[in-house]
Design a protein. Structure first.
Length: 278
């Protein structure tokens, strides 16, 4: 896996609002040695809303980080708060989810843009501003994972509009405490209105909303997969059939995100993503 210098991350944070950022080639020899086991992926929950005029710049930061880290960084756009409320045209679309609204309440989010970086505190706060996303991601991405999350099977039935999935959780080390697995349904590249204060006029009618959270397969907080403890090498398997919600526009642009987290502090230990292929 490719390692990233701190200098590159600082450059990314500085140039987040630019149209193009050239990242350095870090494939040369040197740097940290490869891990012996699985590496930790990072879940970045981009808390956003279609009337939040600073949120598109934050999304660009997230996308820039994804360009840097690839599949090791998983982004979910969580539309929530009053900035996501349906409003007069062209902002009548409702991107909100029950889970998203509960998350901003639980984590005390009172302004946007904001993010949760594997729900791990950065500089003492679980809510991380987009200017710090690069540093927060760099602290934990590609470090040794405590568990693997694996999509063992994903299928989609066009006749019933149902996605079926089998997800496995395999501890890499002995786990203690309760851990839950949550599974998201996302839809990418949804074209709709967005306020963006970087352009004039600011009402962008064909904005491309990325990695939009559409619903939770197994409830807001997921399901318990570890109670008390689990030994390294254990395999916990969950299966679900999920009918895509009515707000999904293009099933072929949908994906699943599964993540394992500690219930005592919400920290996400591992995440994985899979595409839905009709």
């Amino acid at each position: 896996m490719r390692r990233t210098s701190i200098a590159a991350l600082l450059a990314l944070a500085t140039l987040a609002s630019c149209d193009y950022v050239e990242f350095p080639d870090n494939t040369a020899t040197g740097g940290e040695p490869p891990l012996d086991g699985p590496a930790r992926k990072v879940l970045l929950e981009d808390l956003t809303g279609h009337t939040c005029n600073n949120c598109p710049a934050a999304t660009d930061v997230a996308l820039g980080l994804h360009a840097l880290y690839g599949e090791d960084l998983i982004i979910v756009g969580v539309h929530a708060s009053s900035f996501a409320d349906p409003a007069a045209p062209p902002f009548e679309t409702d991107f909100r989810t029950v889970a998203g609204e509960e998350y901003i309440t639980t984590f005390g989010v009172n302004s946007l843009p904001a993010g949760l970086v594997s729900r791990r505190p950065f500089s003492g706060s679980i809510i991380v501003g987009d200017g710090n996303w690069g540093s927060a991601v760099a602290e934990i991405i590609n470090t040794a994972a405590e568990a693997e999350v694996i999509f063992d099977a994903v299928s989609y039935d066009t006749g019933t509009n149902t996605v079926s999935m089998t997800v496995k959780v395999v501890p890499v080390v002995d786990l203690t405490g309760d851990h839950n697995l949550t599974i998201y349904l996302t839809e990418d590249s949804v074209v709709d209105a967005q306020i963006d204060n970087r352009v004039s006029p600011p009402n962008v009618l064909d904005y491309l909303h990325r990695h939009v959270l559409r619903g939770n397969v197994n409830s807001t907080w997921g399901e318990t997969v570890v109670t008390g403890s689990a030994a390294a090498g254990d395999t916990i398997t969950v299966t679900h059939d999920y009918v895509l919600p009515a707000n999904v526009l293009v099933p072929a642009q949908c994906g699943l995100v599964a993540y394992l987290y500690r219930t005592d502090n919400y920290e996400v230990l591992q995440a994985e993503e899979a595409k839905i292929e009709p």
